[in-house]
Each structure stands twice: as C-alpha cells, then as structure tokens.
Ligand binder design. Structure first.
Ligand code: IVH
Length: 673
C-alpha cells in the first residue's frame, strides 16, 4: 500500500502530465471531468495531510496575499530587444551583413513567430520554478512570480530525469489566446465596463496585478523561446536548444522552422502572413535568428539588440468599413476631437468600432463624411486610425462634416485655434471638468490613488465637485452614498486626498492643467521661481526671458493666473490645507556650454542608449527634441538612422555621427578648474 506521500506525488505527476498535454501540446488525453476528479482527489488528500503540501503542487498555483507593490529584480542576463525590418530587401541585407561579418557563404537561421505579448524571464533552480520577472528596461524588471505561477502552461516543476541544468534561466512571452480575450471582453461589455483594446493590453494588465487571485481569473498562456545559461549540455544551435526546453516540459513555439538560408525564412514569413488570421493568438511578424550559437557570439550585440537576430514584421492590418456617424468628444483642455463611429469591423481578431479623426482640419483634409467607406488601420496597440476615404463609384455622399459651433456637452461657443476647435465653457463644461480632475489626480501630476474615471464622473454628475478645490471638501459620508464605495475604499480615498495636501511645486503645476505646461516646463518654472506665489505674479515678458519658455507658453501661464476663477480655486485649496512645497533655488548654476542648443537623436548608438545620450546633452544645458526643424542645431545619427537624418540633410542641419558626437561632448565638458 502506497504511503500518503507516494499517493500525493503520483496524483501530482498525473495532473502535471495532463496539464502539459492540454496546455503545452493542446492534445488532451482525458475529459475535463476526469481531470477534475484527479484534481479533487489531490485537494482532498492534501487537506488530510497538509504537512505534505509542496509549493510545486498543481493546487498551489494561486497563492500568496496581494502585494503592496512589485519588487524590482535585476535580470541575470539582460533581456535584449530586436531591431525590426519591414521588407524582404532589408531582411536580405541583414543576411548579407551576417554572412559578410562571419565570412561564410551560407548561414542557416531559425525562424519563429513573433508573439505579440510580454517578455518574461523565468528561473528554475533544481527543476523548480523559483522566480519570474517582466522585462522592464531589459536590466531591471518586476518580480511577477506569483502571477506567473497561475499560468497553467507554465510548469512549476520541470520533468524529472530529462537532464535540465541545475540552474536554468528561460526567456519567454506571456500572451492571451484570442478566444479567451473575446470571452473576457464580452463579459466586461455585458457588465457595462470598457473592453480591452487588444489581447496584449489585457495580458499586460493581468500579469501586473498585485493580487494573484485576479491574475488567475485571466487565462494567460506562455511560450518559451530561449535559455540563457550555458552549460556543457547546451546544444550548438538555437533550434536544438528550444527542443531541450520542450523535453524539460516547457511550452515552446509550435510553429517554427529551421531555414537553411534566408530565402526559407522569407518563405516562412509569407506563410505565417497567410496563416496569421487563422491562428488562435496574435503575432506581429516573425523572428529570424542565426542558428549557430558560436556564430551568434561572434556577431555579438549592440547596446539593446543582438546583431544576430531581427524581427521581420507584418505590415499593419487594414480593413474597409463604413462611417456611421461622426461624434465629438471634449477633453480637459476643451479640445474637441471628432471620432468616427464605424460599422464594427474585425481587423485581425479585434473588433474596431471607432477611430479618432484627431481634429476638425483632419476631417476636412481626409474629407470623411457619414456614410463614406474608409480604410482603417490597426497597428499594434495603437488606437485605430483612418488611413483614407475610399471612393465607391456611383455613391451618393452626405454633406461634409460641419465643425460644431457649440460644445456638444455644455453648449458653449467653440473657437478654432490652429487645427483644433475648443469649447469656451471651461469650468461650466462638465466634460472639461471631468478631464481636469482626471488629469489632476493622475500619476504624472498629483498621483492620488482610488479616483478612476467612473468615480470622477459621479462626483461631477452629482455636483459634489464643481472645481478642483472641491476635491478637498469631500467627506467619507458623501463617498459612502455613491456607487462603488465601501468603508475601506472611502477611508482610503479621503486619506489619499489628505496625503496629497503637501505637493511639490512641479507636480502641483502640472496638476493645474495649464495649457502647454507639461512635466518639463513645470520643472523649469519651479526651478526658476521656487514658489507658486512668484509664478502667479510673473509677467509675460519676464516668463519669456526664461530659457525654454517661448511666447506661447508665457502667454498661457500669464493668462491662466490672470483668470479670477483660477486664482479663487487655488486660494480655496490653500484655505482647505493644501500647502505647495517651495523649491530651494540652485545657488549658482553649473556651467551650461550647450545652453540654447537643440539636438535630435536618430538611429542606434553603440556605446550609449538614447536615454543616456539625452541625459548627457541635458547635463550640459542642451535640449533634446523629437523632430528635426530649421531650429535644430545638431542631429546625432547612430546606425540605421530614420527619416530624421534625411530631413536634417535637406534642412542643412549639421549631423554628428557617434564618434563625432562623443568628441563633441568631451570638447564641451567644462573644465573643473
Ligand atoms: S527573441 C535576443 N523570439 O519581441 C533575442 N523575441 O521586439 C530576444 N518576442 O522583447 C528576443 N516573440 O518580447 C524572440 N520568438 C520570439 C519572440 C520574441 C516575441 C518579443 C520579445 C522581445 C520583442 C522584441
């Protein structure tokens, strides 16, 4: 007669085997009922012998209490990203470079789908899953071990006797199958909640839940495509290494191909492109990897991507549909955004029923009218865009879209500034008020937790909050009378508001939502003036004299603080206990030889990331802008620069290559004598 421990282990083995068959190979051998029976047997036996419960038991996937926050984890091996290519020619050019650098006539590749999910690093010690982290910035990620444990395709224990290394670091991608995505979204819609835009967003939200119970309700899956540590056991090619992962019980990409030359990889791309819509998960291209590890090593890597692999992406998906109506939404600044309401259309597995038309000028430029047929594009997780109107012969078109003269929410007059139409209603416009409140409490501004869109809408609709300062008059009783509040959440929110009463100056400035004052300008203003009072009294000319503040920003700041209503709200906040912390002004600024100079970065730098380059420029007083204009002083171009380089050349903007840029920086480092 087997001992209870033996019985427990036998049941666990059985369940693990069926988990692998079901979740990894999609080849179940038993019915759901039979599976449930094994599972219940195990649960019952574990209840009887709780001392014998092991962390790798299939019953222990959802455990642990909600975390206050994720721990940061330094990756053992940095998680590189991939350069992307869009055309066959550029993929062939990649192959030519690889062969040239290796001095080889023929190089074989391993090609796999590029899963549209989230990259993770998994660590197994002695076959037990001990740690899992998100990619983060590639060097430091977040510890999501508890959430990853809920993924049934992920073995908590590797298959015994299969020769896995004692310490194993695996890289994989977490994603959600389309069927699960649709089912979950349908549930959300039925409950009147906003559905997720795509499976990737849903998976990302699920993986980053602090409470693993919530993750467990979202069926995620995973595939593993690499392992990082080298041992004697490691095969000599990527293709075979992935087979090892499979033999140890890990899920691997089922669709993958060994390609004797780049031509087979191109054919794999075409093939995947054809299969793409029929797959039960989202892929956004294929990944092509030099197969031999010794060659991978020889080719090496750049700062953030290997020189031996590329992503060969699919073109964005486009579909035709009809415009049912053009609605107009109002944002916090009062900007009116026309939105095309579409006949729902499936674009690669996601139903699209609206697309932003950005502004009234864009509607006119694209000449989109109700009833028109339009081409809609969905690129990754970007909001769908209307590419163009499609002429349908013999169609009767409706009247052109007329920019509204009145705000659709508060009926105030609208005014046009540049391409954008604004509502003049300011605080009487409930849409603007909702938007300003959402902005005030947001992470980048005052960072007050527990105040979602829905709650804010209730505050405004119930007239509890008529301006920003009213937030500080809310009482627990008022909150408890609203939908969705309970004792705990109400107490927490009141506490959060209380804690927000000592903001630092830049955050408060951002929170006020002054047009053109984002995080950077808020910092500039705070550092220049030190106190809110001084900023309130600053004149336009004086503001404009500050480096980085142009006439538009100066005018906007001045007029914001001239507006009696705004001053009243700020004063009321003060009376209600909001005390904005002052900033100590730097005694003497460090020398800034690049002050007034603007730079644009393009392409990949070998010795530093773009972020590092930006910091270096800023430390010397320069600015880094995102696009090239006549005013740009220098364009810094790394390898594979984009269209910015071309633009620099046409505008005669000096271009610095990496070596010149480094020399330039060292010339400009002020002497410390
Ligand atoms: S290999 C050093 N293989 O794509 C090579 N990545 O754009 C690193 N991805 O961050 C990645 N499917 O999250 C590789 N079959 C696959 C992949 C894959 C999806 C993701 C991965 C990576 C991103 C790069």
């Amino acid at each position: 007669m087997a001992t209870p421990q033996q019985q427990l282990e036998a049941l666990r083995q059985t369940i693990r085997r069926h988990d692998e068959l079901y979740y990894v190979h999609s080849r179940p051998e038993i019915s759901d009922e039979e599976y449930d029976k094994h599972y219940k047997d195990l649960q019952r036996l574990e209840e009887q012998f709780p001392d014998f419960i092991t962390p790798d038991s299939p019953t222990q996937r959802v455990g642990g209490t909600p975390l206050p926050q994720f721990q940061k984890i330094q990756h053992e091996f940095s998680l590189l990203s991939l350069d992307s290519e869009m055309t066959e020619d550029s993929v062939r050019a990649f192959d030519e470079r690889v062969r040239r650098e290796l001095g080889e006539e023929r190089v074989s590749y391993s090609a796999e789908p590029k899963f549209d999910g989230l990259s993770v690093e998994l660590t197994y010690d002695h076959g037990l899953f001990v740690c899992g982290a998100t990619r983060g910035d590639g060097t430091i990620g977040e510890d999501v071990t508890h959430n990853l444990r809920t993924i049934r395709a992920l073995p908590l224990k590797l298959k015994e006797g299969t020769g896995f290394p004692a310490h194993l670091v695996v890289r994989g991608e977490v994603f959600m199958k389309l069927s699960d995505f649709h089912q979950l979204n349908q549930g959300l819609t039925e409950m009147g909640e906003e559905p997720f835009a795509n499976p990737r967003n849903l998976a990302s939200g699920a993986l980053r839940q602090l409470d693993p119970q919530l993750t467990a309700k979202r069926p995620l899956t995973i595939t593993c495509y690499d392992f990082m540590n080298e041992g004697q056991e490691k095969p000599s090619t990527h293709f075979d290494a992935v087979l090892c992962l499979e033999s140890w019980g890990l899920p691997i990409p089922q669709l993958r191909q060994h390609c004797p030359s780049i031509e087979e990889a191109l054919a794999f791309h075409r093939d995947m492109g054809e299969q793409r819509d029929a797959l039960h998960f989202e892929i956004d291209g294929i990944v092509i990897k030099v197969n031999r590890f010794d060659w991978q090593k020889q080719l090496g890597e750049k700062s953030r991507s290997p020189r031996w692999a590329i992503a060969y992406k699919f073109p964005a998906r486009k579909e035709l549909t009809k415009v049912r109506a053009i609605a107009v939404s109002v944002g916090r600044t009062g900007a009116l955004t026309p939105i095309a309401m579409l006949d729902p259309v499936d674009i690669g597995g996601v139903t699209v029923s609206r697309a932003s038309l950005h502004n009234v000028e864009e509607v006119a430029r694209k000449d989109v009218r109700v009833g028109d047929t339009v081409k809609v594009e969905r690129a990754g997780d970007v909001i769908p865009d209307i590419v163009e109107r499609v002429e349908v012969s013999g169609e009767q078109r409706s009247q052109p879209f007329l920019p509204p003269e009145h705000c659709p929410v508060c009926q105030s007059h609208t005014i046009q500034e540049g391409p954008i139409l604004y509502c003049t209603g300011q605080t009487v416009c409930s849409a603007q008020l909702k938007g300003s409140l959402e902005h005030y409490v947001s992470k980048g501004a005052m960072n007050i937790d527990g105040l979602g869109k829905k709650t804010i809408a209730q505050f405004v609709d119930e007239e509890l909050v008529k301006n920003l300062s009213d937030l500080y008059t809310l009482t627990k009783e008022q909150l408890l009378a609203l939908d969705g509040f309970a004792e705990k959440s109400a107490t927490q929110l009141i506490q959060g508001l209380e804690e927000s009463k000592q903001p630092v100056l830049p955050r408060f400035l951002i929170g006020l939502g002054i047009r053109h004052v984002g995080s950077h300008i808020a910092k500039v203003l705070a550092q220049h003036y030190g106190t809110l009072k001084k900023i309130q009294h600053a004149q336009r000319e004086e503001l404009q004299a500050i480096h980085e503040i142009g006439s538009e920003i100066a005018a906007s700041v001045e007029s914001f603080f001239q507006e009696e209503r705004n001053l009243q709200v700020i004063q009321r906040m003060r009376n209600l206990g909001v005390h904005v912390e002052e900033i100590e002004l730097a005694a003497k600024e460090s020398p800034q030889p690049l002050a007034g100079k603007s730079f644009v970065l393009t392409g990949t730098l070998e010795d530093m990331t773009r972020e590092e380059a930006k910091l270096k420029i800023e430390a010397l007083g320069g600015r880094v802008m995102s696009s090239v204009s006549k005013k740009t002083d220098y364009v810094v171009a790394g390898t594979e620069p984009g269209s910015k380089l071309e633009k620099a050349q046409t505008l005669n903007v000096p271009v610095l290559e990496e070596s010149a840029f480094k020399a330039f920086l060292s010339e400009n480092i002020p002497s410390t004598a």
